[in-house]
Design a protein around this ligand. Structure first.
Ligand code: PFF
Length: 448
């Protein structure tokens, strides 16, 4: 690993940073929300299968590209290309992923800003500053601009410090905090009346719904978003892993952590909704489905917290801090994609590149905030519904069809000499070549 471009100092550093990227609002908000609107446990079941059978192989493809190339997404893919058209294709895929990461960050920063303002609101109430508290939880231009900027500043602050001192150090601090907070909140919710019913709704699958096309599409999209695929992020994180590490097991561990935390988040949110119901809050929409989307996190849960009296202020604070931390460990990975590209391809200093790109993305967020109705949903679907699956599919095509099989094997063998005789090597190359691109393509086509 080139000393000048930095890298993760340890195995644990990589696992926590990659899990930090993967675990975010997608797990703690997106997954439970999707579960609530897609038939509860049936969605959980399909999600688990797709995460391991489709997202994990695609995740491995991205990690391998990065570790082989030891560079940003574009340079890594161009290193694998032999002909001019392959190099051009590499540029489109690598750069497409970088754009996708920047677009995701532009809306993610806005939502993360809401999480931060909701975290401060209980503190204001505790200090008897009710008007300030009210401002924090009401939609307004000033609040959105202020908190999105604050969140972006935090992201820039961490990324400016580089891989080891920034990403790795902060992921090691924030990830254990996140897991600890999540477990404490789950335990607390379980002591409340109504949680048992939520627990049942979450864990009893209605098998008849498992093959519904919309459910399958939502579950696959959720799995790809959750593992940060199709954004160049896992390529660049892969490039910071030492050649001594066994990528197959590292990738599996990160997938397992990501899936487990999504599962745990469901264990918090769905029972919390039923607790809210026991306290008189409406948790079903008019059509009989569970409330999901922003209403769930910003209406149902705060109403539940408010009903708990003084303790509720602390629980609300804990919950929204949890959300903000999860968002931060993901946002730093999104900024790292474009920053590493500019630093390595255009010889710009990391500090300067981070501030410039961070401010540019903040400007995009401000444009979205100022044209919220028009742009917010559009940017989300352009980047997550279309961009991510498309780029992830092209990465699989790249590894399966363009990269020479002998070179793929040589790269996987680094740190894992026995891999040639393993089940992974018997299945994965074929899988990445045929199954992943076709399955992702099918879902992509259906979503069009
Ligand atoms: N995986 C993150 C989440 O689940 O919230 C979202 C994400 C992070 C998407 C990084 C894309 C990305 F590049």
């Amino acid at each position: 690993m080139g000393v000048s471009r930095g890298g993760f100092s340890s195995r644990m550093g990589f696992i926590l940073a990659a899990a930090g990227s993967a675990v975010g609002l997608g797990n703690i908000w997106g997954f439970p929300t999707q579960t609530a609107s897609n038939g509860g446990a049936a969605f959980v079941l399909v999600y688990l299968v797709l995460a391991f059978c489709l997202a994990y192989p695609a995740f491995m493809a991205e990690l391998l590209i990065g570790r082989y190339g030891q560079a940003n997404a574009v340079s890594s893919m161009q290193k694998m290309s032999r002909t001019l058209w392959q190099k051009r294709f590499a540029f489109i895929v690598g750069f497409g992923g970088i754009i996708c990461a920047a677009l995701i960050l532009s809306f993610y920063g806005i939502i993360a800003g809401w999480m931060m303002s909701y975290a401060i609101e209980p503190v204001m109430r505790l200090a008897n500053m009710d008007n300030a508290g009210k401002w924090l939880i009401e939609q307004s231009l000033s609040r959105n601009l202020l908190f999105t900027s604050l969140f972006m500043l935090l992201t820039i602050f961490i990324i400016r410090r580089g891989v080891e001192q920034g990403i790795e150090k902060w992921s090691k601090r924030l990830m254990p905090m996140l897991i600890g907070l999540l477990i404490l909140l789950i335990i607390y919710v379980f002591t409340l009346e109504g949680s048992r019913e939520g627990f049942k709704a979450y864990l009893n699958p209605d098998i008849s719904r498992v093959f519904e096309p919309d459910l399958l599409i939502s579950a696959l999209g959720q799995a790809f978003f959750s593992l940060s695929l199709g954004t160049s992020v896992m390529v660049i994180y892969g490039s910071y892993i030492s050649k001594k590490e066994n990528l197959v097991s590292l990738g599996a561990q990160v997938t397992l952590i990501d899936v487990s935390i999504a599962f745990l988040a469901g264990l918090l949110i769905i029972p919390a909704m039923y607790v809210a119901q026991a306290q008189g809050v409406a948790i079903f929409a008019d059509d009989g489905s569970l409330i999901s989307g922003p209403n769930l996190v910003f209406d149902v849960l705060p109403t539940l917290f408010n009903g708990m009296g003084l303790v509720g202020l602390f629980v609300a604070f804990g919950f929204f801090v949890l959300m903000s931390i999860a968002a931060l460990t993901s946002s730093i990975s999104m900024l790292e994609g474009p920053v590493s590209f500019v630093v390595e391809r255009h010889n710009v200093k990391r500090e300067k590149a981070t501030v410039l790109i961070g401010c540019f993305i903040l400007l995009l967020s401000a444009i979205i905030i100022l044209n919220f109705e028009l742009l917010f949903g559009l940017v989300i679907s352009a980047s997550t519904v279309y961009g991510q699956p498309l780029i992830a599919m092209l990465c699989c095509v790249f590894v399966g069809w363009i990269w020479q099989r002998s070179e793929v094997l040589a790269e996987i063998k680094e740190g894992n000499n026995e891999v040639e005789n393993s089940l992974f090597w018997k299945i994965w190359p074929w899988y990445t070549k045929f199954v992943c691109p076709s399955a992702i393509g099918l879902v992509f086509w259906h979503s069009l």
